[in-house]
Design a protein around this ligand. Structure first.
Ligand SMILES: NC(=O)C1=CN([C@@H]2O[C@H](COP(=O)(O)OP(=O)(O)OC[C@H]3O[C@@H](n4cnc5c(N)ncnc54)[C@H](O)[C@@H]3O)[C@@H](O)[C@H]2O)[C@H](O)CC1
Ligand SMILES: [K+]
Length: 521
C-alpha cells in the first residue's frame, strides 16, 4: 500500500479540489461521516455516555464538527469543545461549525487555559475524539493545546484520533512537544509516514484508512514512492515453489561468515538461509572455526578458508573465487571479525564479486572506511543491512542523526551508492537505488535479540537465491523475519525469544503467508 508524506496528501487534496472540482466540503463530509461510522463500529458500547469531541481551528477540527453532527443524527450525546476563539474558525470548518450549531448542538469555545480547565472539569464522557491537529500541525504544541493533550492521555478513556493523533508530525512521525495516545486512528485516503515511523507510530493504536472519494487515478507530487509492506503485499512477493522443483531449482547460497569465537553468527545466517528455502547452502569460514560450524549444521556444506589469527585472511581469495562458481548469491559478514587481513579480504571480494550480494555486520564495518568498492551501477545492486549504529559508521554521522530522519538517510545512501539499503529498526526501512522506500509492517521488540540480524542476512540471501530481485527479497525477508517474531511473541511474549527460535519459525511464517495456504498467524 502506498504511504504519503504530508506534502503529498496536501497535493492530492489540492488536485481533487482544484483540478477535478470536488468541493473541499464534500471531502470533509466524507471524512467526518465515515469517521463517525468507524468510531461507532469500534466503540458502540462507549457511546451511551457523551462523546467528547475536542476540535482545533483548522480542517481537522472541521472533521470533528462533521463527526459530531453524524453522531447526533444517531441520537448520541456529544460535547464539543473548540480550543480557539470562534473568529479563528474559517473556511470549510466554519461552514460545518455553523451547520452543527443550527442542528441545535452547543459548542463551547475554550481558547485559553482557564476556560479549557473549567470545561474539562465539567466534561462527562465515555469516549474522546481528538480533532485538534491533523496534517497542518507545523510547530511544537504549547499552552492550552498541550494541556488538553495531557488531559486526554490521563483521562483513561478510549481515544479516537481523526487523521493523526494530535502532536504527531504527519511527515516523519516526530512528536512535536506532546502527542495524543490514541486507541484508534482514522486517516483519510492513505496512511501517512507519521503513522508508520516511530515514535508517532506508537501513538496511533489501530490504524484504519478511510476512502473519502479522492479519485484513484490522481498521483501525488512529489512522486517519491513509499510502500508499506503488509501481509497482502508480502504475500505477492513470495517466490514460486514449483511442485517439480528440486534442490538445484531453489538456488545455492554461499555464506561467508564467522571467525574464532564468533561461530554462532555464521551458524545462524546459514541456518536461516536453509530455512528461508534455498536449495543448497555452503558456509565458508576461517579454518579454525570450520569444525565448529560443520558440527552445528549438518545440512550445510562447509569450507575452511585461509585463517589469520582466527579470522579469514586475504589469502583465502583464490579459493573463494572458485567457491563463487555455480552459486546464486553470496551473504557476507556475520561474525567475520575486523582484523586488517579480513578487511583486505572483504574489500577485494566485494570489489570483484559479480554475484548478488548481501552485506551485513562486520562486512559493513570493514567497508565503511572505503565505500568506493561498492561501485555504483552494478547490474545487481548489493543489499546492505545495517542497524542504526552501523548506518552511522557508513555515513560518518551519529546514531542520533540517523534516527532524526531515517527515511532520508536510507534513501540518500541507497541512491548514492546504488544499493538496496535495509535500515533496521522500528520500523525497518528498505531503500532502493531508485529512491523507493519500503516500510516494513511486521515485527516488534521480540526481534531485538542477539543474532537476529544474522538470521535476516541469511534469509534475504536465500530469497535472492530463489530468484527474487534484491529490493523484493529485502522487503519480503524483513516481513517474514518480523512475522516469525510476531508469531513467537504471541506464543511466548516479547522477551526471551532467541534468534534460533526466529530462524526455526521461518518456514511456518512463510507457509502462513502463502496465499494458497489458509492459516493466518
Ligand atoms: N484529503 C484530506 O485528507 C482531507 C483532510 N481534511 C482534514 O484537514 C486536516 C488538515 O487541515 P489543516 O487546516 O491544513 O490543518 P489542521 O487542522 O491540522 O490544523 C492546523 C491549524 O492549526 C494551526 N497550527 C499549526 N501548528 C500549531 C501549533 N503547534 N499550535 C497551535 N496551532 C497550530 C495552523 O495554523 C492551522 O490553523 C487533515 O488532517 C484532515 O483532518 C479535510 O477535512 C478533508 C480532506
Ligand atoms: K487529530
Amino acid at each position: 500500500m502506498r504511504v504519503l508524506t504530508a506534502e503529498q496528501m496536501r497535493d492530492l487534496d489540492r488536485q481533487a479540489i482544484e483540478e477535478i472540482g470536488i468541493p473541499g466540503l464534500v471531502l470533509m463530509e466524507n471524512a467526518g461521516r465515515a469517521s463517525a461510522e468507524a468510531l461507532l463500529r469500534a466503540f458502540a458500547d462507549r457511546c451511551c455516555a457523551p462523546v467528547l469531541i475536542l476540535c482545533g481551528k483548522g480542517n481537522n477540527g472541521g472533521d470533528g464538527f462533521v463527526v459530531a453532527r453524524h453522531l447526533r443524527n444517531r441520537e448520541l450525546k456529544v460535547e464539543v469543545l473548540v480550543l480557539a476563539p470562534r473568529e479563528k474558525i474559517g473556511g470549510d470548518a466554519a461552514v460545518n461549525l455553523a451547520i452543527l450549531e443550527r442542528c441545535g448542538q452547543t459548542v463551547r469555545f475554550v481558547p485559553d487555559d482557564e476556560s479549557l480547565a473549567a470545561a474539562l472539569v465539567d466534561a462527562r464522557a465515555g469516549l474522546i475524539v481528538d480533532a485538534l491537529f491533523g496534517t497542518g500541525l507545523s510547530s511544537e504544541v504549547r499552552g492550552h493545546y498541550r494541556r488538553a493533550i495531557d488531559w486526554i492521555n490521563a483521562s483513561g478513556l478510549p481515544v479516537v484520533a481523526i487523521d493523526i493523533p494530535s502532536g504527531v508530525d504527519a511527515g516523519n512521525g516526530h512528536i512535536l512537544g506532546r502527542a495524543v495516545q490514541a486507541d484508534l486512528t482514522l486517516t483519510f485516503a492513505a496512511a501517512k509516514l507519521g503513522h508508520l515511523l516511530s515514535p508517532g507510530a506508537q501513538c496511533c493504536g489501530r490504524l484504519e484508512v478511510i476512502d473519502i472519494g479522492i479519485p484513484k487515478h490522481l498521483r501525488p507530487r512529489p512522486d517519491d514512492l513509499h510502500l508499506w509492506t503488509r501481509w497482502e503485499e508480502a504475500a505477492t512477493l513470495l517466490p514460486e515453489r514449483p511442485a517439480t522443483g528440486h534442490k538445484g531449482t531453489f538456488g545455492h547460497l554461499l555464506v561467508i561468515a564467522g571467525s574464532r569465537g564468533k561461530t554462532g553468527a555464521a551458524i545462524l545466517a546459514a541456518e536461516a538461509g536453509l530455512r528461508g528455502g534455498c536449495g543448497l547452502l555452503t558456509l565458508a569460514t576461517a579454518a579454525s572455526a570450520q569444525p565448529v560450524v560443520a558440527a552445528a549444521l549438518a545440512e550445510a556444506m562447509t569450507e575452511p578458508l585461509a585463517d589469520d589469527d582466527g579470522g579469514i585472511s586475504v589469502d583465502a581469495l583464490p579459493a573463494v573465487r572458485r567457491l563463487l562458481e555455480g552459486k546464486a548469491a553470496l551473504a557476507l559478514g556475520p561474525g567475520l571479525g575486523q582484523t586488517p587481513r579480513t578487511a583486505a579480504f572483504v574489500r577485494q571480494l566485494v570489489a570483484d564479486c559479480g554475484l548478488p550480494l548481501v552485506l551485513d555486520a562486520d562486512a559493513l564495518n570493514l567497508l565503511a572506511a572505503d565505500l568506493s568498492v561498492l561501485a555504483p551501477g552494478r547490474r545487481i545492486p548489493p543489499v546492505m543491512t545495517p542497524h542504526p549504529g552501523e548506518m552511522a559508521r557508513l555515513v560518518g554521522c551519529s546514531v542520533a542523526e540517523v534516527e532524526q530522519d531515517r527515511v532520508a538517510v536510507a534513501r540518500t545512501f541507497a541512491v548514492r551508492h546504488g544499493v538496496v539499503l535495509v535500515l533496521k529498526g522500528a520500523p525497518t526501512l528498505v531503500a532502493a537505488p531508485d529512491g523507493r522506500i519500503g516500510i516494513n509492517g511486521s515485527g516488534g521488540p521480540v526481534l531485538a535479540t542477539a543474532g537476529s540480524g544474522d538470521v535476516l542476512t541469511g534469509l534475504i540471501g536465500a530469497l535472492i537465491a530463489q530468484g527474487l530481485a534484491p529490493f523484493e527479497a529485502a522487503r519480503l525477508g524483513c516481513y517474514l523475519h518480523g512475522l516469525a517474531g510476531d508469531r513467537l511473541a504471541r506464543r511466548h511474549g516479547a522477551a526471551g525469544v532467541l534468534a534460533g527460535d526466529i530462524c526455526r519459525e521461518l518456514p511456518a511464517a512463510r507457509a502462513a503467508l502463502n496465499p494458497k495456504g489458509e492459516t493466518a498467524c
